[in-house]
Write a protein that binds this ligand. Structure first.
Ligand code: NAD
Length: 270
């Protein structure tokens, strides 16, 4: 077992979701005390109970990223429980079935959809970064990991608000890395491709899943553990020279021209 995070304190927002719960499990296995923060408070409690039963250290905190007071309360609860903060994984995002149906293209964008997505995904993550920095500045150390998406890099016919919100996350990541690196604080963004999390598998049309499979360069689609391991690496001291980066864990979907991977059929000689 790897104990690369022994003694560290980590918050995971959206910690009871697909990627978030996998991340909480990996961080706890590696020795971190984990704050499982989620709007789904019961699920967060259940996961914190599971982590403790497995011998880890964990607390659950009810969090609504849309509410500044709730964000501040999460940091207060973290300090009360553990007295410090070493890692925050800003993983939560607004991914409800309603948003999946209403976040379409800009031509059809309803203002309340845009505002709701930005309120949680961008403003919420900014509040978490700001409050985390206030603690980490005093400690002169800390790691922030923000969750973007490969959709931050590529156009899509739908999810225009979501994609723009994730692009904003990448730029915020670079800003923080630049302004706070000298204080011993690192900030990176992880860009998941499609992973088999609950929200991805339940709400996406089967045809879309087929297309993603065709464009993924690895012979398999990723799952939440692939993102959790990337986060755990970025959180560890092994990644101490990596900051300001947007690191895709997407099976290579974002690095090639769609359709071109299949051109190998033309040149394989078969
Ligand atoms: N799964 C994928 O294919 C994929 C691809 C690219 C990026 N991502 C990103 O990875 C992250 C995790 O996604 P996931 O697939 O695990 O989704 P998920 O829906 O399983 O998890 C999201 C979690 O965020 C929580 N949440 C939502 N609104 C909140 C709020 N206002 N305050 C606090 N918590 C809130 C939800 O309760 C949920 O537990 C997201 O940032 C998502 O955009 C996922």
């Amino acid at each position: 077992m790897v104990h690369s995070l022994e003694g560290k304190v980590a918050i995971v927002t959206g910690g009871s979701g697909g990627i978030g719960s996998a991340t909480c499990r990996v961080l706890a296995e590696r020795g971190a005390a984990v704050v499982v923060a989620d709007i789904a408070a019961e699920r967060a409690e259940a996961l914190a109970g599971e982590l403790k039963a497995a011998g880890g250290r964990a607390v659950a905190v009810a969090l609504d990223l849309g509410e500044e007071a709730s964000v501040k309360a999460m940091f207060a609860a973290t300090l009360k429980a553990y007295g410090r903060l070493d890692i925050i994984d800003n993983n939560a995002a607004l991914l409800t079935p309603e948003m999946a149906q209403r976040d379409l293209d800009i031509g059809r964008m309803e203002t309340d959809v845009w505002d709701a997505v930005f309120r949680v995904n961008v403003r919420g993550a900014m509040l978490c970064c700001r409050e985390a920095l206030a603690i980490m500045e005093g400690q002169r150390s800390g790691v922030i990991i923000n969750t973007a998406s490969n959709l931050a890099l590529q156009g899509n016919v739908i999810q225009a608000a979501y994609s723009a919100s994730k692009a904003a996350i990448i730029q915020m990541t670079r800003s923080i890395a630049t302004s706070h690196g000298h204080l011993g604080i690192r900030c990176n963004a992880v860009l998941p491709g499609l992973t088999g999390s609950r929200s991805a598998l339940e709400h996406l049309p089967p045809r879309l899943l087929e297309i993603v499979r065709e464009e993924t360069l690895t012979p398999y689609l990723g799952d939440p553990m692939d993102i959790a391991h990337t986060v755990a690496f970025l959180a560890s001291d092994e990644a101490r020279y990596i900051t300001g980066q947007a690191i895709a864990a997407d099976g290579g979907t974002s690095v090639h021209i769609p359709g071109y991977a299949r051109l190998r059929e033309l040149f394989s000689g078969e």
